[in-house]
Design a protein around this ligand. Structure first.
Ligand code: AHR
Length: 321
């Protein structure tokens, strides 16, 4: 007979009360969660890490945390070490979508449930993980596209767009691009004239935007950045090139971090599509539910909005990340 956590706790409590087990045995039975984080590449990621650490503490879950510095091999190593340590649950945000089958099979063979947070994997075998919780990145790209189409609806000539993509092969980079293109392709005046990765970082966002400006100069009408950090780096490049961000070049980004709100309030960023990093409480609940033997939905989607610069000052005090 398999015993879920609730049954086990009840049995332990009964044993402790009858004097068969010392009461300290109850206190020792803490759930252990191994979490393999992507890295610390953005303001979003820092908020995500903080959410996971603080909610583990609050939930009384013993968290083993590792930072993969945006390298898949480091995440795989961390997952293997969690398997070796026989943690109760493994959770991770896969840096890229592909290449996870082997390690996920190892976790399955060791009977350790896996939860995907924030980013997904592109395996066909969805028995390799219990649930995937996080944003709908394709919809975020569509929201960015719809905002642009509406903003430029009266524009007659071509609208030249440059795109700063996220990490190559990552779910948010693939899906945000797809969602954005799906919307803008309805009108041929929208043209993506340059598209390159800025790896979700400010430094790379600035560097790549400098190259875009060098190559295309004043031809650029719009910047679509897959996250706020790259947009903030690009804003610096635009200003250094003697142009006015959000005026000479319309800037759209994704995340809705405080840095983006500050840029919007300063009149330098037009809009940020929300992507919430506050996944910690949901993850801890899922860990407890799994160990209690509950069935979780395969997909848990985060509900999110969109913030144009006009509402930034009013919304800023409500922002939690
Ligand atoms: O996976 C979520 C993305 O990763 C966020 O948009 C980005 O800022 C982060 O680095």
């Amino acid at each position: 007979m398999t015993m879920n956590r609730r049954t086990l706790n009840t049995a332990l409590a009964a044993a402790a009360l009858s004097g068969m087990l010392p009461l300290s045995a109850l206190a020792q039975k803490k759930l252990v969660l191994g979490f393999a984080q992507v890295g610390a590449e953005s303001e979003w990621r820092t908020a995500n890490t903080e959410s996971i650490k603080s909610s583990a503490k609050e939930a009384g879950i013993d968290l083993k945390f590792s930072d993969a510095q945006q390298k898949q091999e480091n995440q795989i190593k961390a997952i293997r070490s969690y398997i070796a340590q026989k943690v109760d649950v493994i959770a991770f945000s896969p840096v890229v979508e592909s290449g996870w089958e082997t390690v996920l099979r190892e976790a399955k063979a060791a009977k350790i449930p896996v939860v995907l947070t924030d980013r997904s994997v592109n395996t066909k075998d969805d028995s390799l993980y219990v649930t995937f919780m996080g944003s709908d990145f394709t919809e975020e790209g569509r929201k960015a596209g719809r905002w642009l189409v509406e903003k430029m609806k009266d524009q007659k000539g071509e609208v030249n767009i440059v795109e700063l993509q996220g990490t190559v092969g990552s779910a948010p980079a693939i899906d945000r691009k797809k969602g954005f293109e799906e919307i803008i392709k309805a009108d041929p005046k929208f043209k993506i004239i340059r598209s390159q990765t800025g790896d979700f970082t400010r430094a790379k966002g600035k560097e790549v935007m400098e190259a875009f400006l060098k190559a295309e100069g004043k031809k650029i009408n719009v910047l679509f950045a897959h996250n706020d950090d790259m947009a903030i780096g690009a804003i610096q490049a635009i200003e250094e090139a003697g142009l006015k961000p959000a005026k000479d070049i319309t800037i759209i980004s994704i995340d809705g971090v405080k840095g983006a709100f500050e840029a919007m309030i300063a009149g330098k960023l037009n809009v940020s599509v929300e992507c919430s990093p506050l996944l910690g409480p949901q993850l801890m609940q899922a860990v407890k539910d799994i160990k209690d033997g509950k069935t979780l939905p395969k997909r848990i989607v985060t509900v999110e909005g969109i913030f144009p610069m006009e509402v930034a000052a009013k919304e800023f005090p409500n922002r939690k990340y």
